[in-house]
Ligand binder design. Structure first.
Ligand code: BV8
Ligand code: ZN
Length: 262
């Protein structure tokens, strides 16, 4: 099933980076960026909505989209791929998850070192004074969030300056958070194995990380049902869903691992 060189590389690894994109959350029921959006959002292109221009031009629409996504994430569960990535911590000295995702499913699966390159749905802040905003309720500030807010949802006002609250994510055209980006660089330069899981590898500068790992001499493992263009920088290309392949790989490398959920 798996190449013996991959099994040995994993067994001997001391530092592993798990680099993930939207596909890692797909089996939890969260649409990926390049899946066609369904329902109200099917007429929108995520890349168009995930921009400062869209937010300032139509804050109610953009805030509604993010609150719908936050509600979706809150209602979803980590999948077997997230759980396997977390259980790597039982077998490898240092496991760091470097994710493009804005959900908290890696943390909820038990990963203790998660670097969010593109921010988080759970850490909104003021678009004027940058003060963090605390959601008062489980969803949109206590108001019951309809499945897909048809008429938009006005962003809450900042309690410090009355400015508009924005999602705590990195939009297209915005710089990645310096600390996270620097840390990701160091982790990738030092790792023995890098997994690239569930990413189409089209969004930069994050998409550079697997190539940097390859250049630093790490074993690069891709897990994706589709081609991504990263194949030339990958030592082991596992074609299929992460929720099946990552648990199976861990069981092959660490037989004492409890068998993946059937
Ligand atoms: C920036 C948060 C500096 C918001 C997101 C070169 C260098 C630098 C910048 C650029 C450059 N070229 C172009 C740019 C600009 C831009 C960019 O990369 N554009 C792309 C579209 C060409 N980059 C930026 O703007 C970045 N900022 O560079 O700052 C700067 C500053 C000012 C001026 C100039 C430069 C900021 C990018 C961050 C954008 N924010 N997310 C939100 O979530 O709403 S990115 C967004 O796309 C998500 O984070 C998502 O994760 C990410 C990448 O997509 P993927 O994760 O790969 O998801 P996708 O749907 O594409 O693919 C899913 C994959 O999963 C597929 O391959 C599928 O086959 C697979 N899959 C499906 N099911 C499964 C599976 N795999 C495994 N198992 C399964 N079951
Ligand atoms: Zn403010």
């Amino acid at each position: 099933m798996f190449d013996s060189s991959l099994i040995i590389a994993l067994q001997q690894a001391r530092r592993v980076v798990v680099f993930t994109g939207a596909g890692a959350s797909a089996e939890s029921g969260i649409p990926t960026f390049r899946d066609a959006l369904t329902g109200l959002w099917e007429n929108f292109d995520p890349a168009q909505l995930a921009t400062p221009e869209a937010y300032f031009a139509n804050p109610d629409l953009v805030w509604a989209w993010y609150e719908w996504r936050r509600q979706l994430v809150t209602d979803c569960q980590p999948n077997a791929g997230h759980v396997a990535a977390a259980s790597l911590q039982d077998h490898v000295d240092q496991v760091a998850v470097v994710t493009q995702n804005v959900d908290d499913l890696h943390e909820r699966a038990g990963s203790s070192d998660v670097v969010h390159l593109h921010g988080s749905l759970h850490h909104p802040y003021c678009s004027s004074c940058s003060q963090p905003h605390n959601f008062s309720g489980a969803v949109a500030d206590g108001a019951p969030l309809v499945a897909e807010p048809k008429d938009g949802l006005p962003p809450p006002a900042c309690t410090y300056c009355d400015g508009m609250i924005r999602p705590g994510v990195v939009w297209f055209g915005e710089s990645l958070p310096q600390a996270e980006w620097q840390r990701a660089h160091r982790l990738v330069a030092d790792c023995d194995v890098l997994f690239s899981i569930g990413t189409s590898s089209v969004v930069y500068p994050a998409a550079d990380l697997p190539r940097r790992a390859h250049a630093s001499g790490a074993q690069v493992v891709q897990i994706n049902p589709s081609e991504t263009g990263l194949e030339d920088w990958v030592h082991h290309n596992l074609v299929g869903p992460a929720g099946r392949l990552l648990p199976q790989l861990l069981q092959a490398a660490f037989p004492d691992e409890p068998s993946p959920a059937a």
